[in-house]
Write a protein that binds this ligand. Structure first.
Ligand code: ADP
Ligand code: 5GP
Length: 214
């Protein structure tokens, strides 16, 4: 059986079509998780530059758009009302409240990746990662850790995309999230960027070559 459809509990995520590379490998759902500021977005961006067989699922959020972010590229920016309507229509594979905004994975984004014959990458905080892990057999979960809490704080402050009050809230959540690494399939310490991207790519290669997890 060359391809198995990837499903969440009782609901198909769409039958995977042909793969872009490695025609005999199944399509996978990779969930990259970890605290804000650990470097998930940076690592995923670098990985996607190397790999045409992977596609990022763009999430929906109610948080304010940051300077430089574009609709449909970083996120689909929704009002609270639109978000709740789409949740009501069961359009999300998972959705959470994180700090002061809602975030959700659109089923349509995952289906689109599979329809293109690509494995799909999700970037989620830990609650959403756990929900996808539990709902989607075969999902591969990867926790990205910063080398230390002090370095995480430095990165968040240097990124300076949030007001200092919001950074404090994110750090508060991060303190708890750092203890959750053991709940996921892999942990990668994002110390030196190139080394961490190499490690992430090795995990992806290993999983794409392995049989489907059940
Ligand atoms: P996340 O998506 O987990 O919130 P980001 O990818 O936005 O984190 O990274 C947070 C900040 O840390 C960014 O300013 C980014 O440029 C920086 N960063 C990411 N990886 C590293 C690294 N290995 N060393 C130093 N700085 C890094
Ligand atoms: P940010 O506001 O920095 O873009 O994202 C805040 C946190 O929400 C990050 O940890 C990010 O990985 C996570 N996130 C982004 N999209 C989703 C999503 O669709 N679902 C969940 N559960 N978390 C998400």
């Amino acid at each position: 059986m060359p391809h198995q459809p990837v499903q969440d509990r009782g609901r198909s995520l769409g039958a995977p079509a042909r793969r872009a590379r490695r025609p005999s490998a199944p399509l996978k759902l990779f969930v990259v998780t970890g605290p804000s500021g650990a470097g998930k977005g940076t690592l995923i961006q670098r990985l996607l530059e190397r790999r045409s067989d992977l596609k990022l699922a763009v999430s929906a959020t109610t948080r304010a758009r940051r300077e430089g972010e574009a609709e449909g590229r970083e996120y689909y920016f929704l009002s609270e009302e639109e978000f709740l309507e789409r949740a009501e229509r069961d359009e999300f594979l998972e959705h959470v409240v994180y700090v002061s905004g809602r975030y959700g994975t659109l089923r349509s984004e995952v289906e689109r990746a599979f329809a293109e014959g690509k494995s799909c990458v999700l970037e989620l905080e830990t609650k959403g990662a756990r929900a996808v892990r539990d709902a989607v057999p075969g999902a591969v979960t990867i926790f990205i850790a910063a080398p230390s809490f002090a370095e995480l704080e430095r990165r968040l402050r240097e990124r300076a995309t949030e007001a200092s009050g919001v950074i404090e809230e994110r750090l508060e959540v991060a303190r708890r999230q750092m203890d959750e690494a053991g709940e996921f399939n892999y942990t990668i310490v994002n110390d030196e960027l190139d080394r961490a991207v190499d490690e992430l790519e090795r995990v992806v290669d290993h999983e794409l070559m392995a049989k489907m997890r059940t």
